[in-house]
Design a protein around this ligand. Structure first.
Ligand code: C2E
Ligand code: MG
Ligand code: MG
Length: 409
């Protein structure tokens, strides 16, 4: 039976405070509906004809749509629509003699209108306030980024992942880079969120996947144990039902063993659409790819995801690694993450190792793999150093089923 996944935090909706905090689309939507209601009440409230009071049904529907959501609004709209047929007052009086006497067509139109209003207001209520300048800036940005992908100015750097037991390079992570028209290098932290917002992330992700697979093929040539290659997957890709097919096509067109590819996903990306994310992750796993949970411990961490998602690797976020050699509590947390990962059959990669003392602490905590400037900075594919690193002292290798995700020896 597929697991049921409930996001730990409900998707944010405007609360009553939404009006006060400037959720102007909600205010605008509600104001428009209020105007419509007034106009309808005004127009239809003449003697003998059905009174416009029936349009007051819109008020609770609009309220539910704005503050609870589409489902509640649609339910009430249908109920109101049904009631508005037989129980529609004429000239302010509910005339039971008319029960069922409504022309069906009129009744259906009224009900459809109520539902449409509920859905439209709910949609408005979910929009984030955005200024016209921001919209224009996003458009310019999207055009520039698409142009950069088309002209090959979006590339990837690769950072080695090291086995902390023996210093071998077991993998590399592909990290996106954008050189703009002026030759400046724009870091992914600046353009990935914008690429997500403007929908350009699809072409960026496809470009990085293509580059990563090409380099992985090259590294695999003539090597018994080629490094696996990890790519970062955005929330939009993770919840895109077409992404697994795209992935399958790229893998099929290459000579690469899919087991040497890894998808790095984040908790934040999962939360965007947990069911769709699970479908993507299971499809990728079915093809043979491994799955890493990136930046672990920084998102809206929910252990439910560890239980419900097939995760092979937990990447311990740099914020823990920063203090692991200095702070006893952080050390305890890292130990707990390593144990937890082991308990679910996953292995761990520590991110952002910069100092020898951090490396020593992580090795002592049995963290299996590591990444960071100390072990190798991200660089162009040709410059990645795949030779084993030498450590001052050897720590006994702690092999387990989990470590095989990165090291199938
Ligand atoms: P991430 O996947 O957690 O990648 C690790 C980031 O930490 C990289 O930053 C890397 O250059 C940096 N890093 C590695 N070792 C060290 C270290 O020892 N010290 C310090 N200070 N930093 C270190 P980068 O390349 O700027 O990427 C930032 C984030 O952007 C990535 O975090 C990832 O979430 C996202 N990203 C990068 N490439 C892609 C991509 O192709 N697609 C998507 N969707 N996201 C990407
Ligand atoms: Mg990553
Ligand atoms: Mg990370």
């Amino acid at each position: 039976m597929p697991p049921t996944i409930a996001p730990p935090v409900a998707r944010s909706r405007p609360t009553a405070g939404g009006f006060a905090t400037g959720a102007w689309p909600t205010v605008l939507g509600v104001a428009l509906i209020a105007l419509l209601i007034t106009a309808l009440v005004w127009r239809t409230g003449t003697d003998g004809s059905p009174t416009g009071l029936v349009h007051l049904y819109y008020l609770p529907i609009v309220y539910l749509a704005a503050f609870v959501g589409r489902g509640a609004a649609a339910t009430l709209a249908v109920l109101a629509g049904l009631a508005a047929g037989p129980l529609m007052p004429v000239a302010g009086v509910i005339d039971l003699a008319r029960l069922g006497g409504q022309p069906v067509g009129e009744w259906a139109v009224r009900m459809t209108l109520l539902v449409v209003v509920g859905v439209v207001v709910a949609w408005f209520a979910r929009q984030q306030p955005r200024s016209p300048e921001l919209v224009l800036r996003d458009r310019r940005f999207a055009r520039a980024l698409r142009g950069a992908v088309a002209s090959g100015r979006v590339t990837a750097h690769f950072q080695p992942v090291i086995d902390l037991a023996d210093g071998r390079v077991v993998g590399v992570e592909a990290l996106c880079r954008w050189t703009d028209a002026a030759g400046r290098s724009i870091p992914p932290s600046e353009f990935i969120p914008l690429a997500e917002r403007t929908g350009v992330i699809g072409v960026v992700g496809a470009r990085v996947l293509d580059l990563a697979v090409r380099e992985a093929e090259r590294w695999a040539t003539g090597r018994d144990a080629a490094p696996s290659v990890a790519i970062n997957v955005s929330a939009a890709q993770l919840s895109d039902p077409g992404f697994p097919a795209e992935l399958a096509a790229v893998v099929a067109a290459s000579s690469l063993d899919p087991r040497s590819l890894c998808l790095e996903i984040t908790e934040t990306a999962i939360i965007a659409d947990p069911q769709a994310a699970l479908a993507t992750v299971e499809a990728a796993r079915g093809m043979g790819l491994s799955i890493a949970l990136d930046d672990f411990g920084t998102g809206q961490s929910s252990l439910a995801y560890l239980a419900e998602f097939p995760i092979d690797i937990v990447k311990i976020d740099k914020s823990f690694v920063d203090e692991v050699d200095r702070d006893e509590r952080t050390r305890g947390l890292v130990r707990a993450i390593v144990d937890m990962a082991e308990a679910i059959g996953a292995t761990t990669i520590a991110e952002g190792i910069e100092r020898p003392a951090q490396l020593a602490a992580l090795r002592a905590l049995s963290c299996r793999f590591g990444q960071g400037y100390l072990l190798g900075r991200p660089c162009v594919a040709d410059e990645v150093d795949l030779s084993p690193r030498r450590f001052a002292q050897q720590v006994p290798a702690q092999r387990g089923a989990a470590a095989r995700a990165l090291d199938p020896r």
